[in-house]
Design a protein around this ligand. Structure first.
Ligand code: APR
Length: 236
């Protein structure tokens, strides 16, 4: 099976009702990034940050995968698919995608403030335990924090994501403004001969030299169109 790699961003979940970051009305219009999405902000006011993610986490059981998520999962019938997502929601998994790499962490997981990337410190939250409060402790006794990669923190999965991108026979980018590095730089690892597709209703600043085909539609409609195109490629 051909290797199909799909890089997704907030636009992938927009049709599920989860707001993006940089569109009008996006999350970064309602909150200051430096207050809620940086390690400095967390150290300065941990309660504000915990509450910001508690609010986003509580939204998850109320939303469901959109048609776009379902079509991404359905491509596993014809391709060896890996989803590399910047999203921290679990909608790709809930739609049935079996290989999902979360570059920026996962809303339904929590970890240690002292050793956030120590696997022994990572715990999965559930519907009975959706909030993290001041005083909740990780296994190592430090304050429990969201398992989210904040601006300025390392992106532990980026090497694996780059390696997978370098082996892609086909690459698809859906719903990301390609503003945030290192995620935005992954396209440059795609082999020159591999076709690249972009699904986004808007134009996106494209820094890599790689040519791409822009399906200027939303995630669900765009994935309907792309699925028809990819099914033809899968067979040859
Ligand atoms: N379908 C597809 N794409 C859409 C849709 C839709 N229905 N609606 C909006 N988009 C596109 C926008 O045109 C934009 O290009 O989704 C993109 C959203 O861009 P951002 O809001 O910047 O989200 P993203 O690129 O995922 O942000 C990257 O920044 O704040 C950090 O960690 C956060 O992972 C996030 C990272």
């Amino acid at each position: 099976m051909k290797k199909l790699v799909i890089l997704t961003g907030a636009g992938m979940s927009a049709e599920s009702g989860i707001s993006t970051f940089r569109d009008s009305g996006g999350l970064w219009e309602q909150h200051r990034v430096e207050d809620v999405a940086t390690i400095e902000g967390y150290m300065r006011n941990p309660k504000l940050v915990l509450d910001f993610y508690n609010e986003r986490r509580r939204q998850l059981p109320l939303v469901k995968p959109c048609r776009g998520h379902e079509l991404v999962a359905a491509l596993e019938q014809w391709f060896d698919v890996t989803v590399i997502t910047q999203n921290v929601d679990d909608l790709h998994e809930r739609a049935g995608s079996t290989k999902v790499i979360h570059l920026h962490g996962e809303l339904m997981k929590a970890t240690s403030t002292d050793e956030p990337n120590d696997p022994t410190q990572i715990v999965t939250l559930d519907e009975d335990h959706m909030d993290i409060h001041i005083g909740d402790k990780a296994a190592d006794g430090s304050q429990l924090r969201p398992f989210i990669v904040w601006f300025g923190e390392a992106v532990p999965e980026i090497e694996r994501a780059a390696e997978i991108s370098s082996q892609a026979d086909i690459y698809v980018v859906i719903g990301t403004s390609l503003n945030v590095y290192p995620a935005a730089g992954l396209v440059q690892f795609v082999p020159d001969h591999s076709p690249v597709y972009l699904i986004d209703p808007k134009d996106v600043p494209w820094s890599s030299g790689h040519r791409y085909r822009h399906i200027k539609k939303g995630a669900s409609e765009g994935m309907e169109e792309l699925t028809e195109m990819l099914k033809l490629i899968a067979e040859d």
